[in-house]
Design a protein around this ligand. Structure first.
Ligand SMILES: [Zn+2]
Ligand SMILES: [Zn+2]
Length: 174
């Protein structure tokens, strides 16, 4: 049986991507071997027995007591190393990014005419804030009203966005 690893490589940017991946989970898991669990059961590690691709899964909770396991491809890793430091939770990051995008949409465009209140920022303020969109968001993150996203140069963060192994674009593997 051929695995479906190569069909499920889209990064989980936002919750819409998570919803798509949830529908692919059963088919994906058919070819996966379970390896380990970390963080009290909230993240798991698998490896595909067909192609060797590693997958991490996180638990996504929607509504009341609706839990879904969501898989995303990760680079190969030593089991002990993973148990000590699992990869970043891609589902949590997608959830956080979605929250931030919703606030950005609510803030609307930077209409000014005043400049953002932050020194050396040359952007205009949004309608209901003295700051530009970016600095308004950063302020909310500083006071804990919005989550932070991991820095792009974070090792694990990078690897979540890295090109997966063994899935050449446009080439059908026999
Ligand atoms: Zn596979
Ligand atoms: Zn600004």
């Amino acid at each position: 049986m051929a695995c479906t690893c190569c069909d499920c490589q889209e990064p989980l940017e936002i919750l819409d991507d998570v919803a798509i991946r949830i529908k692919q989970t059963d088919r994906l898991k058919a070819s996966l071997d379970y390896l380990a669990t970390a963080k009290g059961g909230w993240v798991k590690l698998y490896r595909c027995k067909e192609c060797g691709q590693f997958w991490q899964s996180s638990t996504y909770e929607t509504g009341v007591a609706h839990f879904y396991e969501v898989l995303y491809p990760v680079p190969p890793i030593d089991l002990q190393e993973w148990l000590e430091h699992p990869y970043l939770d891609a589902v949590q990051i997608a959830e956080n990014r979605t929250k931030i995008m919703r606030v950005e949409n609510e803030l609307g465009p930077e209409i000014g005419p005043e400049l953002c209140r932050i020194e050396d920022c040359h952007r205009l303020r949004v309608a209901h804030s003295v700051f530009c969109q970016q600095h308004h968001i950063e302020n909310l993150q500083k006071i804990g009203a919005l989550p932070q996203l991991p820095a792009i140069n974070n090792d694990a963060g990078l690897s979540l966005n890295s090109q997966p192994l063994g899935c050449p674009v446009g080439v059908v593997v026999p």
